[in-house]
Design a protein around this ligand. Structure first.
Ligand SMILES: C[S@@+](CC[C@H](N)C(=O)[O-])C[C@H]1O[C@@H](n2cnc3c(N)ncnc32)[C@H](O)[C@@H]1O
Length: 401
């Protein structure tokens, strides 16, 4: 197992294939919620089209069946003294609690933490109380072992007067001054309990925001990591998104491992860690698609993002209907991406029309291969209309790496 590394792939498979049992101190897992939404997102930088899937078909039973093997792997890789925090929203928390009890054991359950994000905008036309909490299910691997736990304090809004007490002959008594009056002190801190009043990220939080739709704020992860790990411990986030957990782990001097099935998310983690001056190259991302076969298996938006990143293009803002233009190289050269073999004459023809509509006479089409007819069509477009269309094969892009 490599630490300070990013693994690209299904977390159940990655843990099974790359991690021995009992090697991780803390797991934070923030799975896609049980909802039928699919998010397609223009990222915070405003350029690259990225997509984020948070979709589940087939009901809660399927969702729980999908989660189970991943959580069992988490249980296996956790050290005896380790802890796990499973982040749930209201859709599935009751079901996940039962599953966690089954896998981790009810006696190893520690807390149901309510993250109260008081600053979320609500639609008050709905006939229900505003939903302003997520639930974090906190379990230890083994309640009988010496699990890591550091009590935390937080600042109070207003200081409170607290009786001063001391131990005399094994008994707690009030502290008194020379005149016999009980003494007080002002306390501006309190011990953190299981209700965490922490703001959620807002569009204005530009420094921290990466535009990932379910990105969590760093202060939430700071609490978890400070409470349940110590410096140099290994922190794992098996569904790491844009890398909040690993970024905080790095800042708090822990070792870290981020896993995500989405290459787009993994690339973003690389970017985020580099911002923190961590030396990480694409080769440090285990499982990142590197072969033609792996690239063919990518989801269409992931493939499009991969091509755009390689050609230093920005993806079109519109996912569909941008007249067949999937991206722009240097903001001026239209790009079309086809995740298929034997791309033919008609694609070239349509792309030429799209280029013309945008007032361009140069463009690039990327595909796994092109037919002879496609090359003939490119020659015709050049001869008749002066259009310069480059046909670029994916294997050429791979060879340029
Ligand atoms: C709710 S988001 C995590 C957000 C993250 N906590 C953050 O702050 O950015 C869930 C993530 O799980 C990832 N995911 C979904 N299925 C996965 C799987 N089978 N293995 C690993 N990651 C997966 C998604 O790609 C997504 O990035």
């Amino acid at each position: 197992m490599k630490t300070n590394a990013i693994y690209c792939g299904d977390c159940g498979d990655m843990l099974m294939n790359h991690f021995r049992g009992g090697c991780v101190d803390l797991i934070y897992m923030d799975p896609p919620f049980f909802s039928n939404k699919q998010y397609e997102v223009i990222w915070g930088d405003g350029y690259e089209l990225r997509a984020f899937e948070d979709r589940w078909k087939g009901g809660i039973k399927n969702y729980i069946a999908w989660m189970e093997p991943k959580l069992r792997e988490c249980h296996r890789v956790l050290k005896k003294t380790g802890s796990i925090y499973l982040h749930c929203d209201w859709h599935a928390n009751a079901h996940l609690r039962l599953l966690m009890d089954e896998i981790f054991g009810g006696n190893n359950f520690r807390n149901e933490i309510y993250w109260y994000y008081y600053n979320k905008m609500h639609d008050y036309r709905k006939k229900l109380f505003a939903r302003a909490t997520d639930t974090l299910l906190f379990y230890v691997k083994d309640a009988n072992s010496d699990s890591t736990f550091n009590m935390l304090e937080e600042k109070r809004d207003k200081p409170v007067k607290q009786l001063m007490r001391k131990k005399v002959d094994g008994k707690m008594v009030n502290v008194k001054d020379e005149k016999g009056h009980v003494m007080y002190r002002l306390r501006d801190k309190r011990i953190v309990d299981n209700v965490w009043r922490l703001s959620m990220l807002q569009p204005a939080d530009k420094k921290e925001r990466y535009g990932y739709p379910t990105q969590k704020p760093e202060h939430l992860l700071e609490r978890i990591i400070n409470a349940s790990s110590n410096p140099t411990d290994v922190v794992l986030d098996p569904m790491c998104g844009c890398g909040t957990a690993i970024a905080v782990a790095q800042k708090l001097k822990r070792r870290w491992i981020g896993i995500d099935v989405s290459p787009t998310a993994c690339r973003l983690m690389v970017k985020r860690m580099r911002k923190l001056k961590v030396r990480i190259t694409e080769n440090d991302v285990i499982g990142f698609p590197k072969t033609l076969g792996e690239l063919k298996e990518l989801k269409p938006f992931e493939f499009q993002n991969w091509v755009c990143q390689k050609l230093i293009a920005r993806a079109s803002r519109k996912k569909v209907g941008d007249m067949g233009i999937d991206g722009w190289i240097m903001g001026t050269i239209p790009l079309q991406v086809k995740q298929s073999e034997s791309v033919g004459r008609n694609v070239i023809d349509n792309f030429e029309t799209a280029m013309r509509r945008k007032g361009k006479d140069k463009g690039i089409i990327v595909a796994f291969s092109f037919t002879k007819g496609a090359y003939e069509e490119v020659a015709r477009a050049k001869l008749e209309n002066g259009a310069e269309i480059e046909l670029k094969m994916v294997k050429e892009i791979l060879a340029e790496e």
